[in-house]
Design a protein around this ligand. Structure first.
Ligand SMILES: [Zn+2]
Ligand SMILES: [Zn+2]
Length: 273
């Protein structure tokens, strides 16, 4: 069963999954969309590059991600929400409609409401590279090459298509499951749920109920038995001096605000608890 080839492929799959999830929750979501902490231009470029490499063929650009996500917070589980499971019978139809709206923003075809715009990291050259079809296809060829070299069981090939669309797969899991399955700590007036106690699958993103209650809180876990691995990494990066985050922001439980409403996370807003 555990031949070298199988172990290499499963490790490759796990590394790609976790790398992509890390980029999504740390860089695109908590930094790009919410600006929960700050970092130097050099580190921003470093994590932009990490996001490109870890998402590869399914690179999500920070502008498209941030605008879509801010709309999600503002219009949660209503008809204007870009990715609520309410109104869709399966994750695929939800994601196809999300993709159309994401593309409008990612490719600058449409302008968002001013309150959802700005404040996200921008690197036009890397965006062009990440969004070029030539590069997307080359990444897919690279993934297939790893499988061709090491996959020694037929069923391992079933994992290959997931590599091609890794970013959207994580989006589908979070947006579908996080607004459908699990328990709620708070009555937010929406469908958000906490789907796992220890979210090792998406590094904290599946605490949607907590996150929609305290949209600006870096820690998505609230109760003693909840563990948010994304927040543990943020704490580590802060300790190492990679990111900056005032203590009151780190500990505070602030509600969601569109970035145009305040220059800094937590500025002028009283925590809920
Ligand atoms: Zn949500
Ligand atoms: Zn959010």
């Amino acid at each position: 069963m555990w031949t070298t080839g199988t172990i290499i492929i499963l490790t490759f799959f796990a590394a790609h999954w976790l790398g992509s999830v890390f980029s999504q929750t740390f860089f695109l979501h908590r930094y790009g969309a919410h600006r929960m902490f700050s970092m130097s231009k050099g580190w921003e470029r470093f994590f932009y590059l990490v996001t490109y490499v870890t998402q590869g063929s399914s690179f999500l650009n920070p502008r498209g991600y941030a605008i879509l996500h801010r709309e999600h917070h503002a219009f949660i589980d209503t008809e204007q929400d870009p990715h609520s499971p309410v109104g869709y019978s399966n994750p695929m139809s939800m994601m196809l409609s999300t993709k159309a709206r994401y593309d409008d923003y990612a490719y600058n075809r449409r302008s968002p409401e001013a309150r959802f715009d700005g404040g996200y990291p921008s690197w036009p050259m890397l965006d062009r590279l990440g969004q070029s079809w030539t590069m997307r296809i080359l990444w897919c060829v690279l993934y297939a090459g790893v499988y061709a070299a090491f996959a020694d069981k037929w069923w391992l090939w079933l994992l290959l298509p997931i590599h091609f669309v890794m970013g959207p797969v994580h989006g589908a899991i979070v947006n579908w499951c996080g607004h459908r399955y699990g328990y709620a700590n708070y009555n937010n007036g929406d469908q958000s749920r906490n789907s796992l106690f220890f979210d090792f699958v998406t590094f904290g993103e599946l605490f949607q109920n907590n996150h929609h209650r305290f949209g600006m809180a870096p820690n998505f876990a609230v109760r003693w038995f909840e563990v948010d691995p994304g927040y543990l990494m943020i704490r580590l990066f802060k300790r190492l001096g990679i990111i900056e985050m005032p203590e009151r922001v780190q500990k505070g439980r602030y509600p969601y605000r569109a970035p145009a409403q305040a220059a800094m996370p937590g500025a002028g807003v009283r925590p809920i608890v």
